[in-house]
Design a protein around this ligand. Sequence first.
Ligand SMILES: [Zn+2]
Length: 139
Amino acid sequence: MSRTHSPTHLGCQTFRFMVWQWCITTAEELIRADGEAAATFYPEGGITTLDQFLPLEPEKPGYMRLIQIEVDHDYAMTQTDLTKPIIVAPIKPEKGEYGVIVIDGWHRVDRARKEGREHLPVYMLSPDAEQACRIPIFI
Ligand SMILES: [Zn+2]
């Protein structure tokens, strides 16, 4: 495992979702170095449940999306590689069941859904790997 990683995450690719933030650079390093110990690979991960987070269609009148992932549609349609697995992290709320959140690859998801695809290759991080790439948020 790489130990050259900057503790400040300067220059890293990061993703923040609500109260969580992750270093994607670390996640990619862990997957490269530790393989299946860091992440489980799913060649055909289902992505249709992610539609609710993306502005794929105009909002229905009277509805508001509480959480919306920002995507650049032009970038998504032209610069993404749908063969590159997206990275998903398990998150455990204070109460309740484990959930999962896409931490890398929202543009790929956006493009895939616009093209009518229902699956993408996915790396699901192990709980340990998720912890290892989590960046504390100080509010
Ligand atoms: Zn980092």
